[in-house]
Write a protein that binds this ligand. Sequence first.
Ligand SMILES: Nc1ncnc2c1ncn2[C@@H]1O[C@H](COP(=O)(O)OP(=O)(O)OP(=O)(O)O)[C@@H](O)[C@H]1O
Ligand SMILES: [Mg+2]
Length: 229
Amino acid sequence: MDSKNNILEAKDIKRHFQTPETTLKVLNGISLTVVKGDMVAVTGASGVGKSTLLHLLGGLDRPTSGEVRINNILLTDKTEEELADFRNKHVGFVFQSHYLLQDFSALENVMIPLLVARKSHHEARKKAELLLDFVGLSDRTSHRPTQLSGGEQQRVAVARALANEPDIVLADEPSGNLDTATGRKLHDLLFRLSQEHEMTFLIATHNNELAEMCRQQYEIVEGKIIERR
Ligand SMILES: Nc1ncnc2c1ncn2[C@@H]1O[C@H](COP(=O)(O)OP(=O)(O)OP(=O)(O)O)[C@@H](O)[C@H]1O
Ligand SMILES: [Mg+2]
């Protein structure tokens, strides 16, 4: 495979947690590659290590051993400060709960990562408006998170994740808190972003419908990853 197209490469990553009683070997040698524009699902039983894997892939946590590269840049030897900067510019996160800042409007929540990336206020505002329009929320920009429905909050979270045009969006149960119909709308949004805008997604999910929409499907079983499709 042409490695230039590889957005994400994980090589033999292990993540063990030391507890007072024992060593929990949650991930035990996981390798995977994600190419540009791909939409990849990671499934597996609760507690198998999906969130742990996403945190490692996005540089929120460090593996016990192994290597993670995003756009051919090795994350595993970066300092905390370098990692924070790298995440802001290159990785978008969408979690099960949106983690929007409650005291800020939808627009401001999307502007924040842009301002952190030193965009001007004017530029950040224009970009955030465009993104909210794209996720169908142009008439909700001044709403605080508590004034939005669960599905709307998740769409703001998607807009925020896309703000700095990340190389990859890592989504952890993005529709886990949504009802079936609202979840479906979110899945369609992610699918459209991948198909029409070549955005790259890696999604941890229990949702079969979402997993089936993905071009590639992996399952974590006993610390290893198995290709399902
Ligand atoms: N910091 C930590 N210290 C010790 N154990 C941890 C830590 N983080 C996660 N674990 C353990 O690792 C395992 C995997 O957790 P993880 O959250 O990745 O599972 P998951 O597949 O995302 O589950 P779910 O589908 O319920 O979200 C769990 O058994 C959990 O208790
Ligand atoms: Mg999880």
